[in-house]
Write a protein of this length. Structure first.
Length: 506
């Protein structure tokens, strides 16, 4: 009973499941064998979780129907279709070959050696598809099977559709057009939701040729949207920039296939095929080029220091060969050390000398004999343009009632500009230790005229009032301008508070 269950699980209708080749999003590819005649085929089977999805079953049937109409040696052949309640599948020929994506990744030298034949066969196959009125829309290495001999099969017609007509393109809004295809190979006009034409397949095939010949696609981006924009805006690097054996004629051929505007590409796949037949793709035969490159790489390795110092090779040498290898290695080390030493000395010679700060002369001390006494009725130094000293309270001799230089209205004698009065003092009151107004100063005749203040009558204490703000003081003829009052920073407490209505909250 168990053997019958296992047999039923490994059998679908008259086909026996042998090996699962690949698994996709909605289907699997199986290698199967016909039970009656033991002939091998490939089966594309809808996954069990989608078996009740009528839309997926309709897509599978449409793909098989389109492929069945395209009988060409380079297109996969469909031999049977079955859409049922329990299983939905179609049967294809079993082509023994790998998809081109894996072939480029793991056997790129063989693909390059057969690239001229592969390009001709693919151009013929897609020209036949276009002649039948279909656009493949998903040309990429994953949908091309290739074998060691260079034979190919085009597969996967799930996105194939007819070109967009002029009338239907006028009646269809761009926003409703769905972009279908693979981003790495998608034509710019499809990204911009323009009408579908056969030229879109020419662009995608050009990207496939580029990857087949260089080992990589022209645009590689980590962001999917940046990749789409690269197809629309950026220019690809020359294929010969990645593979020096490619000819300039091939660069021009590829650039014409992947031109941004459809009008600048080949007019049809038949023109592509004609250009490939007369194209000189390589500077040197690919197999000869790869063989010479491998020989050169091996020779470079043998001549390298790593090969000379290889312990496994050293074990097979004679004592004389080991000594010779040691001497050669020391010569190499000395040469490298000498080059580095010369480079360091050269850099040190080019470096500018360090700049030393100039020494400032020491200030000369003021000698007592240099100071001259001031004569009575002699103008003060500021009237002669000389530096001003600090006079005593009461002004200068000969000019009664005149404030000393730098004294502002409301300032007390003996105060410096910007100095606040001491607590309990009022404007006009002298600083502690200074004589009262009207009293004679020691060593100077006369005094400062003013209201005499009796010594026995103490003045009542009152809080200091802020000095009134006045305009610029008038300057006497010949008098030096007063020193500007330094700006004091505004206290933080005086800054206005931010109103919550000033914040833009969204």
């Amino acid at each position: 009973m168990a053997d019958n269950d296992n047999q039923n699980q490994n059998q679908i209708d008259q086909y026996q499941l042998v090996n699962c080749i690949a698994t996709g999003g909605i289907s699997q590819i199986w290698e199967v064998k016909h039970i009656a005649n033991q002939q091998q085929f490939a089966m594309k089977l809808l996954l069990p979780e989608h078996i009740k999805d009528s839309h997926k079953k309709s897509e599978l049937k449409s793909e098989a129907t389109i492929a069945r109409q395209l009988e060409h040696p380079s297109i996969i052949k469909v031999v049977d279709i079955s859409i049922g309640r329990d299983n939905s599948y179609f049967i294809m020929e079993h082509f023994r070959g790998n998809n081109m994506k894996n072939a480029i990744r793991f056997d790129h030298s063989t693909v390059q050696g057969r690239s001229k034949k592969i390009m001709e066969l693919l151009a013929q196959a897609f020209a036949f598809i276009h002649d039948k009125g279909w656009v493949h829309k998903d040309i990429k290495p994953d949908n091309v099977l290739v074998n060691k001999a260079g034979d190919v099969r085009v597969i996967d017609f799930s996105l194939a559709s007819k070109p967009t007509g002029f009338i239907s393109s006028m009646l269809t809004r761009k926003s409703s057009v769905v972009i279908q295809g693979t981003r790495t190979y998608l034509a710019p006009e499809l990204i911009q939701r323009q009408p579908l034409t056969f030229s879109a397949d020419i662009y995608s095939l050009g990207i496939l040729f580029y990857e087949m010949l260089t080992g990589r696609p022209p645009f590689i981006m980590s962001n999917p949207n940046d990749l789409l924009m690269a197809h629309v805006r950026e220019k690809a690097e020359r294929p010969s920039g990645y593979n020096p054996n490619l000819s300039p004629e091939l660069d021009q051929f590829i650039f014409k296939m992947i031109a941004k505007k459809p009008s600048e590409r080949f007019g049809s796949m038949h023109e592509v095929y004609s250009a490939v037949r007369t194209l000189r793709a390589f500077v040197e035969d690919p197999e000869t080029f790869l063989r010479n490159k491998a020989s050169k790489d091996e020779a470079d390795y043998q001549d390298s220091v790593a090969s000379t110092l290889d312990s496994r090779a050293d074990a097979t040498r004679t004592p004389e060969e080991r000594e010779k290898a040691r001497i050669e290695a020391q010569k190499t080390k000395d040469a490298l050390y000498g080059k580095r030493k010369k480079a360091l000395e050269k850099e040190a010679a080019k470096a500018p000398p360090a700049k030393t700060a100039p020494t400032q002369p020491a200030p000369m001390p003021m000698q007592p004999q240099m100071m001259q006494p001031m004569m009575p009725q002699m103008p003060f130094p500021g009237q002669m343009g000389m530096p001003m000293g600090f006079p005593g309270p009461g002004g200068f001799p000969g000019m009664p009632g005149m404030p000393f230089p730098g004294q502002m209205p409301g300032m007390m004698p003996g105060m410096m500009p910007g100095q606040a009065p001491m607590p309990g003092m009022y404007p006009g009151q002298p600083m502690p230790g200074m004589p009262m107004p009207g009293m004679p100063m020691h060593g100077m005749p006369g005094g400062m005229p003013g209201v005499p203040q009796p010594m026995g009558a103490p003045q009542p204490l009152r809080p200091a009032a802020p000095a009134p703000i006045s305009g610029p003081a008038t300057q006497a003829p010949g008098q030096a301008p007063p020193a500007p009052k330094p700006a004091t920073p505004k206290p933080t407490e005086d800054l206005p508070l931010m109103d919550m209505g000033d914040l833009d909250i969204t």
